[in-house]
Design a protein around this ligand. Structure first.
Ligand code: PDD
Length: 282
């Protein structure tokens, strides 16, 4: 069954309609989340929902449901669609109103859409590692908001993908920020480094899980910026996101990273991450 959630109703996907003057459609004026489902159970749902409400607050956007009500609607959607390994995509826009840049009147309700999709765990890529391309980070200065406006990310991803790479690793000048749809990490002398949580990156939920796994398992984790040179000279590089989990990067711009295969620290994190999924979705 292909049921979707549109403005409070669970309906058939074919019956879903979006107004041409929806501000999400016209301006990208909205926010979203991608939440993982493993074997029918959500993973870190609460963290994703909290971030959605935080993004809404930062955008001065009001979500027409409370967090608990919204969460139970999404769980219902997952159940109805019989999702095993997949994702639920959730989007909230500033609603429908005649096109004008300033915000519509307060009584214009936000538009809310959610749908599910099968998404198998990318086992092969996680085992073998992927390649990446360095791309200048030309995005705006509020990358902490999970906004629908992803043009900077899309241009970067396309530059990488059209050259056969899995991800674009972004840098502002010499400083590596994050991936086009992931957070970026290096391992040097047994220590994991990643960009601190600032306006220049998305505070990834997967990143937070990794940080907590490191804390609990005695793996050194430092929120500290690193340069492009440090990236290319790292012992290991990996990226992380809801859909990629802990993904080893074995080559960047043609330069082999470490031994050119997933490193020991990355592999340890992968197995700790899988354990954590097992515990949370049991
Ligand atoms: N992307 N940074 C950016 C720019 C992202 O778009 C994402 C996620 C992340 C990782 O966040 P998380 O661990 O919470 O998934 C970091 C999602 C999956 C997407 O846009 O499809």
């Amino acid at each position: 069954m292909n049921t979707v959630f549109v403005n409070g109703e669970l309906i058939d996907r074919d019956k879903a309609k979006i107004d041409i003057e929806d501000r999400g459609y016209q301006f990208g004026d909205g926010i979203y989340e991608v939440i993982r489902v493993y074997d029918g159970s959500t993973f870190t749902m609460k963290e994703h929902m909290e971030r959605l409400y935080q993004s809404a607050e930062k955008m001065k956007l009001s979500i027409p449901y409370g967090e608990e009500e919204f969460t139970s609607k999404l769980l219902k959607l997952i159940e109805l669609n019989g999702i095993g390994d997949g994702i639920v995509y959730v989007q909230v826009t500033r609603g429908v109103s005649p096109r004008q840049h300033h915000f519509p009147a307060k009584d214009v309700a936000g538009s809310v859409v959610a749908y599910t999709k099968d998404f198998p765990v990318p086992v092969g890529q996680m085992e073998n590692g992927v390649t990446a391309k360095l791309v200048e980070d030309i995005r705006w200065l509020r990358c902490d908001i999970k906004s629908l406006n992803l043009l900077g990310n899309l241009l970067a991803k396309e530059e990488a993908a059209s050259n056969g790479h899995f991800e674009a690793i972004l840098h502002r000048g010499d400083t590596v920020t994050e991936g086009s749809s992931s957070n970026a990490f290096i391992v040097k002398d047994g220590v994991i480094y990643t960009h601190p949580v600032t306006n220049l990156i998305l505070n990834g939920i997967t990143r937070r899980v990794i940080e907590s796994l490191c804390g609990k398992n005695g793996i050194m984790f430092q929120e500290k910026t690193f340069s492009v040179t440090e990236l290319l000279g790292a012992d290991e590089v990996f990226i992380a996101s809801t859909t990629s989990e802990v993904m080893p990067v074995i080559e960047i711009d043609g330069k082999v990273i470490g031994e050119g295969k997933p490193g020991a620290v990355t592999k340890r994190l992968q197995s700790l991450f899988s354990e954590r999924i097992g515990i949370e979705t049991r």
